[in-house]
Design a protein around this ligand. Sequence first.
Ligand code: G3P
Length: 215
Amino acid sequence: MLLINFKTYPQVLGPKALKLAQKLEAAAKTFPDVETGFAPPDFELAKVADGIDSSIWAQHTDLAEEGQFTGFLAPKDAKEAGAMGTFLNHSEHPLTKEVIKETLELAKGGGLKVLIFAASPQKVAEFRKFNPDYIAYEPAELIGGDTSVTSAKPEIISQAVKESGNIPLLVGAGVHGREDISTALSLGAVGAVVSSAVVKAEKPETVFSNLLSGF
Ligand code: G3P
């Protein structure tokens, strides 16, 4: 499984989000056996979901039901907008344990899959108890850099895989090439979450294809 987190890089704001998603979706057709998904910026989610067939993830949702929640991102609305899942607790948007647990329940009740980010194997063990659909191990200090989690922390990935038990584990931070994917898989992860290497690339679809070829 390969998820691309668009974040709010300038390359994906406004109509550029859908254009990137279309390019990536086209590239993914050559690799039908790999599950892919995209997490566009919040304001672009509905448009991207309407414009492509791939799985769409919300980068974050709040502990907000329907009703008087001005400015919050309600999981039910993410679903209505076309998301099939939501990320929670990205290190750029950290949440308390209680909020993670309650938002997960709300999101699952609203028909979304839930992926929780964890910055250490200890956190993986903690979040596993909430029974999310996926956990993604991402060491914050490697995010956005050239050194991948798979080259810097292979033994910690193995530990995270162990702690995640029956919950499928993805890895992220600095992932940029097919060898990162093959290493992640060989350590027991089911895939990766990638952002800058694809989103900021001159030819995002080429980097994306290269990553897909590592599965
Ligand atoms: O959510 C994935 C992200 O945090 C990883 O970022 O730029 O290191 O691929 P990047």
